[in-house]
Write a new protein. Sequence first.
Length: 130
Amino acid sequence: MRKSSGLFTAAVFLVSLVAGVAANPALAEEKKSVSKAAAGEATIKEIEQNDKVRVYEVTYKPGDGLPSAKRPMRVVHVIGGGMLQRTFEDGTKETVEWKTGDTKIVSEEKPYALKNVGKGVIHLLIVAVK
């Protein structure tokens, strides 16, 4: 029960942030962008952003990843799940399962690289605090 109420709170937070960003008419003038992913790199599609948050989608095909970086606190909603492996700068690896429909608040401080180590496509909606 406690986990489900926490997930509900995270989902409400995510929806509120997205609604607040979408309601800002100044953002409607900004162009949405899709980063051109290099071979083997995840695709990032920016949806909206303002001075407080950035909303984007990330799609990882099997074997795709992202280079090591320190990432801000963010809310991640899983549109299509799978297994992502984090590789920290010290070489330590950690595999995290992302289940379709889950919402997680991620606040890992250490830089790490990501890689889809599963057999399916992973699709995430992310709201990151700037």
